[in-house]
Design a protein around this ligand. Structure first.
Ligand SMILES: [Fe+2]
Ligand SMILES: [Fe+2]
Length: 213
């Protein structure tokens, strides 16, 4: 199984959103023929309707089905309601290609910090297994070379313990705009860079993950 992981599109009129790079990213993803695309939030910059409209339309170019969760930027200005209008549920579990794709909403309106919360955590536990691939916007573990750490999930410890206890093989996230992977007790915890955003600059990329067996 091949997963393309895109994060932090930050679709906007800002000079930091590089439209050409975004189009190239979508074309490159399609060339790779992934089974599924996972998009881990910050699809907009300010949670505005025009941004949601633009990114939603652009993502129609993806040939593969995609799963998407919101980031902190998508929850600005009541963007979380707009997110639901354009993309549906903010957290969900869907079966696809022999795996359960579990999307978590770690955003809070107008707050940059990540938060899963007790209710969602209880829901999450029912969907975890060695066949679950979990994804959320905020990183669970600090990422090297990203400056002072401020936005790790406030309840990261409890989430990590649960993921590892259930043998979840793969966790995908974004937010830091820097690609990295930690291997924690058998769970690969991976973050993606950003394809089209100049914020933090150097990591214009997306991740490809291939799972064998
Ligand atoms: Fe971001
Ligand atoms: Fe973010």
């Amino acid at each position: 199984m091949k997963i393309a992981h895109i994060s932090d599109i930050h679709y906007s009129k800002s000079w930091m959103f590089l439209r050409d790079l975004f189009q190239r990213c979508l074309a490159m993803v399609n060339e790779e023929k992934p089974d599924v695309v996972v998009i881990t939030g910050d699809v907009t910059d300010f949670g505005l309707v025009a941004e949601f409209e633009g990114v939603h339309r652009a993502l129609e170019e993806l040939a593969a089905p995609y799963f998407i969760v919101p980031g902190n930027h998508d929850a600005r200005h009541e963007g979380y309601k707009k997110f639901e209008q354009f993309f549906g549920d903010r957290f969900f579990a869907r079966h696809h290609a022999g795996y359960t794709f579990v999307g978590i909403d770690s955003s809070e309106p107008d707050i940059d910090e990540g938060h899963v919360g007790r209710e969602q955590l209880r829901w999450l536990e029912d969907h975890l297994s060695p066949r679950a691939i979990v994804f959320l916007h905020h990183h669970l573990v600090p990422i090297p070379n990203t400056g002072r750490e401020r936005n790790v999930l406030v309840d990261a410890g409890g989430v990590l313990k649960m993921l590892v206890a259930h043998g979840v093989p793969l966790v995908l996230s974004g937010h830091k705009h820097v690609p990295w992977v930690w291997n924690l007790n058998g769970t690969a915890v991976s973050t993606a860079g950003t394809a089209p955003c100049e914020r933090t600059g150097a990591f214009q990329s997306f991740n490809l993950i291939e799972i064998e067996g």
